[in-house]
Every structure is written in C-alpha cells, then in structure tokens.
Write a protein of this length. Structure first.
Lengths: 495, 142, 326
C-alpha cells in the first residue's frame, strides 16, 4: 500500500507541473466545447484531437493528460444542451434530460448544471479512488462476465425500467419493441447478413444512436416549438434563477451520487457495457430506491445527479480494463489505447511494472482533470445558462444547425441527416399520439446487447439454454430482476 | 381516431418487419438462434401492441390546425432541402440559409435573420473545419 | 480558443514543406477518405499517411481525413463512384477486410476492377491466441481437437461469420479436414471484448490480429499457436512459429493501403504511387508505422493492383468452396 501511495504522489508530481496543469485546463475547456456540440461526443472529441495533440510533440504523460481532460470535458459538454435545451449531445446524457430539462423549465437550469458538475466530480474522483485501490484485481473480476452474465445484466436493467414513462403500457411496450427492431438494422453480427438495410449501403453499420437522439430531441423539439408559436402560445422565456446549490441540496443528493458513482464504476469496468447503460441503470435504480413521491422525471435534483455521476464514473471505470489488461471496453478507450501505442506504451498487466510513471501520472491526472473541470465549469454555469436568454429565433435554428453539422462532421452521410429529420417527425407525432420516446431509445441501446449476448452464449454452448443461468453471477442477477418485478406485488398480496 | 391510426400503423410496420425477417436467407448461422428470431419476436410484440391500441382506442390527442400543419411541413421540407443540398452547394451557403430561414420562422426581422445566417454559418465552419480539422463540403465555393 | 491554439501550433510546426520532386502534378486540398469512424483501422491508415507525407515533405499541403463509415469501406466506395470518379486529389483507405467484402459482393455493384490501386502502407497479421493455461500448445493440437469434435473448441473474435477473423480459423479447420460450418464461433463487439472473453475462459481460441494481442502476449497472459504470416514477425512475436513452419499453408495478412477513383488522371495516379513508394521506404515512416502496430508490406502501383485483384478472386473461390457465397 505504501508503494502505491509513493507511486501516486510521484504521479501527482507529474500531473501538477504548471505545463500539465495548463494542458489539463485547456483540454477540459476544449473537450467541453466540442462535447457541447450535439452529435460530437467524448469519443469523437478524443479521436479528432488526438492527431493535433500528437503533432505538438508533447511528452507522453502530458499528451495523455490533455486527452484525459478532453475525454472528461467531452462527457461534461454533452449535458449542457441536454439540460438547458432538451437536446442530449451524446447517448449517455439522454437520461439527464428526464429531470434536467424540467428543472431548466422551472428556472433551475443553473442549479442542475452545478449539481451535474459536482456529481461528475464525485463520480470521477470516486471511481479513480476505487481504481487506485484495486485496478488489476477489479479488472480480473470483470472477466468473469461472459455472454450469459451480460444477458442477465440486461434483464436486470429491463426489470428496473418496467413502468418508466407513459400512461398506457401498450404504447410503452410498442415503443420499446420498435427500439429493439431499430437495433437490428444493419449487418448482423452473428452471420454477416444484412437486416432491414433495403440495399442501402449507408445502413450497413446500423442506425447511429446519435442520429436518432438528434431527431427525437432536437428536431422534434423545434417542430413542437413552431407549433406552439403558430398556436400563439407565447414562448415563455425561461427564468434563469440561481445557479449554486445550497449545502442542504448537496447533502440531499450526496447519497444518490455516492451510489451512482459505485454503479457507474462497476458498469464501466465491464468491457461489454458503457456509459449509457451506467446512466440508465443508475437513474432507474435511484427511482426505485429514493423516489417516494414520484418526482423522478419531473425535475428531481437527484434524477439529474444520478445519471451524470454514473456517466463520469463509468468513463473512469472503462479505463481499468484498458490500463490493467490492455482491453478497450468502449470506443473511447479504444482510441486512448491507440494513443498510448503511438507513444510506444503497450497497456496491459506489464504497464504497472514497466512504466509506473505513466500509469500513476495518468491516474493522478484523472483527479486533477476532475478538479480542473469542476473549477472551470462551476463559474461557467452562469455563462452557459445565458444561452437561454437568447431570443428564440436565434436559439432554436442554431440548435438544429449545430446538431446537423455535428452529425455531418462525424459521418459525412446525407442519409443520416434524412434519418434525423424522419425521427424528428416521428418524435413530434409520437408526442401527439401519446407514444413515449424513452422506451424506444432504451430498446435501441439495450436491444443489440441483449440479442448479441443471447446468441453468443447459445453459440458457445451449442444451444444449451441452461448456460444463461449457470453461473452464480448470472443467477443472482436473474433473481434480483424477478425480485424487482414481483416483490412489490407479492408484498401487497401478503398484506 | 388517433389511436386507431396509430394501432393500424404499428400492425402494418410490425407485420412488414416480421415478414421481412422470416424471409431472410441465411447461408449458415454460427449460432443456434440465427438472425431471424429476435426481429421477428420484436415485430410480433409491436403488432400485438398495435392491436391493443387500435382495437381499444382512448382519445385525447389534439392535432394542430391546417395552417400550422402546413407550416410544419414547410419547416421539414426546409430541413430536407438543407440535407440534400449540403454536398452540392457547400456548407456555408446552405447553413446560412437554414439558419436565416429558421430565424424568420421564429419571428426574426429580415436583416437580423440575414446577419445571423451569415455569422452563424461562418462560426460553425470555423469551429468544425478549421478548429477540429474536419473538412466540410466546399460546394460552389470550390 | 484552445482548439485554435492547437491548430495554429500545428500549422506553425510544419516545416518548410516540399513535395515529391520532379512531378508535374501537385495535389490541391488533398483528402483521404476513411471508411470507418474516427479511431478505427481506416482512420489510422489515413491519419498516419497524411501526417507522415507532410512531415517528410512529400506533400506540400496537408492532407485531411474524412470519415465515411459503413460496410468496411462500402459507403466510401459508393461515394467515390457516384461523385468523384475523376478526382485527382482524393485517396481512400482500404484493407483486406474490404477485399473480403468485395469478394462477397457486399460493395453494391462495385468490384475490385472499379478503382485504381495506389499502394499498401503496411500490414498486420492474423494470429491464433489461446490463454496461457490452455491445453492447446501448437497448431497441430488445435487441428487435432477440431478433428475430434469442433464443438469442444469454442472460439470467438471481433468479426462476424464470414469476416477476416472467422476466415483465419475457417482456413485452419479446412486444412484439418473439418467443415468450417461446424466451428463453434461467436462474434464479439470488437477484438477487445473477444480478448476479455478469452482471458475470462468463455472462449478457448481467439483468432485476432498481431497488433491487438501484443500487450497480453508480452505480459504472458496468452500464448500464440501460430502467426499467419509468411515469415516470423519481429519483437515479442519472434518466438511464435508461422503456420507454414508447422506444415499448414495458411496466411492471413491484413493489408492496409489506399486506392484512387477509377477515372483519376494518369499523372495524379503516378504522383500518389510515387509518394506512397517513397513514404514506405523512409525509415522515419517505418518507425511511426511500427508504433501503430503495423508491419512492413512493400507493394505499390501495378504490383499492388495485381495483388488486390488476385486476392479478391482467391477469396471469391474460397468463399464459394466453403459455401458462404453461391
């Protein structure tokens, strides 16, 4: 342990040099700015800035510090538009809109942004502490998760989700089924055949989640506003309100944040899941645990804190298998892995022994990056919420133009823009017809994971369905899932 | 009425999905489940939900006036034109047009909208093309 | 602001740039199209080539990378054919994975004869990895195990059935006289997850690429039964025998290279071939390429075109034999 402390303090000595501190601040700011552009998430932010950083010929630890700061900043940037405008910038901030946007409508947008900044900080630092304590051991434990365990985890997630959103179950289930159908579009990962591509080459890789989100949120939101304007509902300019949470509010959300940090970290460490799953699980779990008055989804401060804390903790958690085993658990860590290799650093078990200065410098820079991000973003909250003071004619066209440019920049696909528009119309009509959109998005996120893992598990077992329940982890998750679904009703019966 | 239409649409779309899914030819699948089952099940659930909605409609949806619908159609067409013309005409003119048009739709004055379109498109271009070094279509500018 | 700062520094740090001397054609606003999202193999091909062409003074204006994901290059191919058939300033990243999909007819109506092949910038090689405690110790062990009961050897990788990863084991199975359709193969979301499944004991064999197993190999977490290369690979791979050494004629190079539009002018084509030839012969490029996990694979111009056409038709035959295409 003292060895760890020594290495860590050496790591901090690296991370705290003026150059590296300045780089962390620049990285956090640039990451936030790029991540705030809907359509460009942390993955793209890191991938796009990597060549620029490499071209600067910085020493490896400085380059990693910048990239880590960009990574966190990108994650944070996504929530600004999610909270203030109901336009999630990346998949993992979809859950943030549920409570964040209602808060913004009440004039508490600044408060929501501050709480997410604090939540991200707690998530990032909490996860880093867990990582320092036992990165290699945790990474090895995560390997116990095979296809069958992922299936059980997804069932558990669905059990938590049951009853979220919508007044009519048939419509919620239909929306989820549609999301599941959407998730099958593209080249089938088992057999390589094309599903629902209609001969369109641009659909071979499936429907980009970001495109769906941009359509359902940004485009649909603008259509709704046009309608309200035409119906002479005056667009009330949102009050800006105060930005900083009272101590009481922070204490009120602290247990949620701590739980979310743990949930996010665990989900992030698993190589087969990511930040969106972490945010979803954490929000639904908190709703089950602490929401006694049904305020989740109507602007509950804990409903904002949970997904954002988990999101950041998952981003950090994803680093664990990458550093300790050389296994990228997410697209972004795959890019970071590529960055490490550019500097002749091969992540994996030997990294901790051969290049401790890199590992601990990087870990220390996570902490520093999170502190910088908090210090940077709390004062900027006041600036961010000024966005809402713009007249509607300036604000909403810009949202759409930014979202479309972001989508275009990443995929260069005209079809993606058409799809975003189509989903916008669908989202607008869905709102009118009372079909909730959230189950559809969750179906899209979870669908691929469920199908792929069921088929993987059965492919490897040769069709033995029993493998799905064979391991203690899988069995435990199945039991939890059934408990969540049926325990409340059973208790009611007994009474 | 809305629920009846929604239910019918769901049945049609879900039915088409199931029909397509079961008709896929699979040279051979490495797994015992294969690629057809999951979409077919999801499609069937979709059909069932559509039936439940369509045959037991509850009302309450309020659709906008014809004038408003036309406005919405115009807005959607405006976006479609943007997407279609982005590559041939280039990023700057199309984005300027979409920004200015949107601003007018939300009640800006002509001069405001024009200035906004030009400044906004240049700012976005600077951020993405120059800042992030992602080439945007040049179009007519060449 | 920060981005601008970085961009400015990049511009300033570019030395007095020259270009391939003695060439009439000079590209203006050159672009490299990567048929995948930022961070993938195509993206690497483009960005590595662009950066080094500029740093070595082979290209006066910096080449920029455009990402056009979809179908292992199918979308990019379609874009080139439909909109830029004679553009002299664009090159497109290509890999063996694209060739395999061309052979399966997954590039719409385009074939290997519809582009001008410029050259390879390097290659990765297929490997067959097992966990360090695996009872399988050589390629012969694996083939014997497959012969006895293919279902007893669960395997998996990032690609689908019919992908490069699957082909690696399918070729080995075929050499052992086992129908590749009987392999117990699961596809994962990327090689990283397959590696996790291997280490976790959920699969027994991972037919991956040399670059993605390097870290675990050095750390001793896995063993390699064979590299699917013509000769032994350098570095940590030096002790791993090739399949050929073990009497099995299976090779799987993952060639990474570039092509140009079908109607690109001859002088532009000659320029790009010359630029890539000089690039891949430069020791500074070799060093950077090694960092990116790629090995040497010198092949440009006519030789590369011949290779591409030959490989695709070989694959077509192979896939027909296996029964993956009619």
């Amino acid at each position: 342990m003292s060895g760890t402390l020594k290495s860590l303090s050496a790591g901090f000595a690296v991370a705290l040099t003026p150059l590296n501190l300045a780089l962390a601040a620049i990285g956090a700011f640039v990451g936030t700015a790029v991540g705030a552009l809907p359509g460009i998430g942390p993955l793209n932010a890191v991938a796009l800035l990597l060549p620029l950083v490499y071209a600067l010929k910085l020493p490896p630890e400085s380059a990693l510090i910048v990239l880590a700061a960009v990574y966190y900043g990108g994650g944070y940037g996504g929530r600004i538009a999610a909270i203030l405008l109901n336009v999630p910038g990346d998949p993992s901030s979809v859950m943030t809109t549920l409570d964040g946007y209602p808060m913004a409508r009440r004039g508490e947008g600044g408060l929501a942004l501050s709480i997410t900044a604090i939540g991200s900080f707690i998530g990032g630092v909490g996860a880093t502490v867990l990582m320092i304590l036992a990165a290699p051991a945790i990474a090895r434990a995560a390997l116990a998760f095979g296809p069958a365990e992922y299936v059980a985890l997804m069932v558990f997630a669905f059990a938590l989700l049951a009853g979220v959103g919508g007044t009519r179950p048939a419509k919620s289930i239909a929306a989820a089924a549609f999301g599941l159908l959407l998730s099958t579009v593209g080249t089938d990962s088992g057999t390589g055949i094309e599903r629902f591509t209609f001969g369109e080459l641009e659909l071979l890789d499936g429907v980009d989640f970001t495109v769906v989100v941009i359509g359902l949120f940004a485009v649909a939101e603008v259509l709704t506003l046009i309608e309200e304007r035409a119906a002479r509902v005056s667009l009330v300019s949102t009050p800006l309100g105060r930005s900083f949470p009272a101590i009481g509010q922070i204490l009120h959300t602290l247990p949620t944040m701590l739980r979310a940090a743990l949930v996010g970290f665990v989900v992030g460490v698993l190589p087969g899941t990511g930040a969106s799953i972490a945010a979803t699980l954490s929000w639904t779990l908190e709703r089950r645990l602490v929401d006694r008055t049904g305020t989740f989804g109507t602007g509950d401060i804990r409903g904002v804190a949970a997904p954002e804390t988990a999101d950041n903790a998952a981003q950090t958690g994803a680093m664990v298998p990458m550093l300790a085993l050389g296994i990228p658990g997410s697209g972004t860590t795959a890019v970071l892995l590529g960055a490490l290799m550019l500097y002749n650093i091969t992540p994996g078990p030997l990294l901790f022994i051969q290049r401790p200065e890199i590992v601990w410098g990087l870990i220390a820079s996570f902490v520093v990056g999170n502190v910088v991000l908090l210090a940077l973003n709390l004062p900027l909250v006041g600036l961010f919420i000024r966005i809402l003071a713009l007249p509607p004619w300036a604000l909403y066209p810009a949202v759409v133009a930014c979202a479309f440019s972001g989508v275009w920049a990443v995929n260069n696909s005209v079809l993606d823009l058409f799809l975003a528009i189509a989903f916008g119309v669908l989202g607008w009509a869905g709102k009118k017809a009372g079909v909730p959109l959230l189950p559809m998005l969750l179906g899209l996120v979870l669908g691929r994971l469920i199908e792929d893992n069921i088929r993987r598990a059965l492919a490897l077992s040769g069709g033995e369905v029993f493998v799905l329940f064979a391991s203690p982890i899988a069995l435990g998750l199945w039991l939890f899932a059934f408990g969540i679904l049926f325990a409340p009703r059973l208790l009611q019966r007994l009474r | 009425m809305t629920d009846r239409i929604v239910g019918t649409l769901f049945i049609l779309v879900g039915g088409a999905a199931v029909f397509l899914a079961v008709s896929w030819e699979v040279p051979f699948a490495g797994d015992p489940v294969g690629p057809r089952v999951f979409p077919a099940v999801a499609g069937s659930v979709f059909v069932l939900c559509g039936a439940a909605i369509g045959f037991a409609p509850r009302e309450g949806a309020r659709w906008p006036s014809l004038r408003c619908l036309l406005l919405l159609v115009a807005a959607v067409l405006w976006l479609v034109a943007y997407a279609a013309m982005l590559r041939p005409l280039g990023f700057l003119p199309t984005t300027a047009a979409v920004l200015a048009g949107g601003a007018l739709l939300f009640g800006a004055r002509l001069i405001e909208a024009a200035a906004y379109g030009i400044l906004g498109s240049v700012a976005l271009w600077a951020l993405i093309d120059r800042g992030l070094d992602i080439p945007l279509p040049r179009g007519v500018i060449g | 602001m920060g981005v601008r700062h970085v961009a400015m520094t990049v511009l300033l740090s570019a030395s007095m740039a020259m270009s391939v001397p003695g060439m009439a054609f000079q590209p203006t606003n050159p672009e490299c199209i990567a048929g995948a999202a930022p961070g993938g193999g195509f993206d690497l091909t483009c960005r590595l080539t662009a950066r080094m062409l500029h740093e070595l003074g082979l290209l006066a204006t910096p080449m920029r990378t455009v990402n056009m994901p979809g179908g292992i290059g199918a979308v990019a191919m379609n874009h080139i054919q439909a909109q830029r058939r004679n553009d002299p300033n664009v090159v497109v990243a290509v890999s063996t994975g694209s060739w395999l999909n061309l052979a399966q007819g997954k590039f719409g109506r385009w074939t290997e004869n519809d582009v001008r092949w410029v050259g390879a910038i390097g290659a990765d090689y297929g490997v067959l990895a097992v966990r360090n405690d695996s009872p399988l110790r050589s390629l012969a062990d694996l083939m014997a195990a497959l012969k006895t009961n293919p279902a007893a050897v669960p395997m998996g990788a990032g690609g689908t059935v019919g992908s490069q990863d699957w082909m690696k084991v399918a070729l080995v199975a075929r050499a052992a006289g086992v129908d590749p359709r009987r392999l117990r193969y699961a596809s994962f979301e990327g090689g990283g997850q397959a590696m996790a499944a291997l280490l976790g004991g959920h699969i027994q064999v991972f037919p991956g690429d040399a670059s993605e197993v390097k870290g675990q190999l050095e750390a001793g977490g896995i063993r390699l039964l064979a590299v699917l290369a013509p000769e032994r690979l350098p570095g940590p791979f030096a002790s791993v025998p090739t399949a050929r050494e073990q009497g099995v004629a299976v090779e799987w190079p993952i060639v990474r290279g570039l092509y140009m539009p079908p109607a690109a002018p001859d002088e532009a084509y000659r320029y790009w071939v010359e630029a890539i030839a000089r690039l891949t012969a430069d020791p500074r490029f070799m060093e950077e390429r090694a960092k990116a996990g790629l090995f040497a694979f010198p092949s440009t111009g006519d030789a590369f075109a011949a290779l591409a056409i030959e490989r695709v038709s070989e694959m077509r035959l192979l896939l027909r034999e296996i029964g993956l295409v009619q």
